[in-house]
Design a protein around this ligand. Sequence first.
Ligand SMILES: Nc1nc2c(ncn2[C@@H]2O[C@H](COP(=O)(O)OP(=O)(O)OP(=O)(O)O)[C@@H](O)[C@H]2O)c(=O)[nH]1
Ligand SMILES: [Mg+2]
Length: 634
Amino acid sequence: MKAVIVGTAGHIDHGKSALVLALTGIDPDRLEEEKRRGITIDIGFANLDLATDSDDPIRLGFVDVPGHERFVRNMLAGIGGIDLVLLVIAADESVKPQTREHFDICRLLSIRRGITVLTKSDLVDGETLEVTRMEVAEFLRGSFLDPANSPVVAVSSKTGEGLAELKHELGRLAADVPAKDSAAIFRLPIDRVFTMKGFGTVVTGTLISGTVRKEQELELHPTSRRLRVRGVQVHGKAADEAIAGQRTALNLAGVETAELVRGMMLTPAGMFRPTSQASVQLDLLPSAKLLRDRARVHLHVFTAETIAEIHLLGSKLLKPGEAGFARLKLDDPLLLLPGDGFIIRQFSPVVTIGGGRVLDASAPMSHVKPQERLAWLRTLARANPQEALLARVARRASGGLSLPDAIAETGWQPTQVQRLAFELERSGGSLRFGDLLVASATAEKLRTQMLSEIEVFHRANPLVAGVSKEELRERLGLRPEILRGIVDGLVRDRKLVVTGEIVHAAGRGVVMRDEEAESKRQIEQAFSRAGLKVPGLKEVLATLPVDKVRAQKLVTLLLRDHVLVKLADDLVFHRDALDELRKLVIAQKTKKSKLNVAEFKNLTGITRKYAIPLLEYLDRERITRRVGDERVIL
Ligand SMILES: Nc1nc2c(ncn2[C@@H]2O[C@H](COP(=O)(O)OP(=O)(O)OP(=O)(O)O)[C@@H](O)[C@H]2O)c(=O)[nH]1
Ligand SMILES: [Mg+2]
């Protein structure tokens, strides 16, 4: 059965509760004090299964609110979750202060449907009723309740006159209320908490979205307390689940009534985080005073209430009747999601001055400048879901937006976020790397940045094959999935080559390596072939296909690896040649114990120019020891 929530609104004593009683047979005034004083103090509830023109009846849940100006905060706790409003105006009194205030609240909360009910029709004659009708029509002109497109019904709860017509209109409008998405993520703003004998802790509320089931694990905000649903009641009857649009009571396990108060919010566990800041679109009522930056106000969202400081964005003040963007800093954290309607009331004296809707309640990004934030909010304010998701992804820049964060920021169902992410990818707006979404524009910047980073690396390290992925990740400050995604994309586009953990620029890395390996081989060969009759180092280097600087580095590398040994400036020998020399000299020991320079030259067949440095080398290596002009073989 479709479930629709109907709220009353209107001035004190105009017959709201009597009307709910007449329609449903249930007296919404449940408190003893209410009955004694004849006024409504807190919100009350009733329900009615209404036959409609189509076959399916509609379940109407009524939230009856107090009209007294001192209880507007209770009225606000009830009005947040309603689908349509009955604006109750007594035919004998017409429009009064709380008629205006309640109606302002309905408009600020963007309630779209409703019926104007002229009550106590039995107390006035036809002429008076017509006058009231005219006054009321004037009052409602241009609003969602403009009599041009919205019903006005005169009734008497006493005689029952007009009630049939009212029910008919209710059925028509309720059928028109779009079915709520019961697959959306469940949220229940708590409006009542009590203990029931034999059950324990019970909370009630108007289920504003999703479905809640028996045995489900829930999280209580803002305390982050985890608890379990022991039982579900819908409109007073036990049920397995409750869906959006139903008046819902939950019997909770694992929590005392003392830990619960009106204003807390229940959601599935582990999905959302409460916030102390929210960016909003704000409408200031024409009847309000000038609103200054940093004004402190009473903030009402669903059943919750706290003090908030208003930081106007883009201006220092807001004039009556104007709209703007603002950041609200809350005294107490609340769970807020984009699209949530709110009301602000002046700090003192307490009157309703404005309201609007939340655009973003996620933690502010430190890298986003105030001016950019304003532009970003403007985009969010008019964006469709796909554009809104892209704006959120883009804001995260190279950090990317994870799917769980996207869900926490938007309150959208995981499947919807997945679908939108998929569409964004297909339309080219964003890329997906593992669980992270990155805007295409950001990815493009990262690609350029990465290529130039690798180029810089190659230039600084011509002898190294490439940069390691880890080093690249640190240099660019990227999350591993994003690094991998960007690198993979550049490999696909043949801009980069990856070998194991090493990344290098396509072309450059490979060719360089070949040239260098070849040059290195040439140097080594030149010296190994020469034996002790080595060519000059400069001569060898001049024949190589690589430039001087790189050639010099290759020599350094060969020296470091002890393939070549340097005995003097421009005098370099291959390791093997020196090993041979050592063996040769040691072998001489069996014939004679000493060598002079001439004998050494004869033995090795080298010139004097090389002989001296080589003998000095042998001395250092403790193969020989100089004694006068001769070498003793050790
Ligand atoms: N004659 C007549 N009296 C009515 C009608 N509706 C309500 N009343 C009387 O008006 C008085 C106020 O009615 P309520 O229904 O309590 O008014 P309310 O709007 O709920 O008042 P609050 O909740 O305190 O704002 C009661 O004494 C009702 O009996 C009606 O249609 N005809
Ligand atoms: Mg009442």
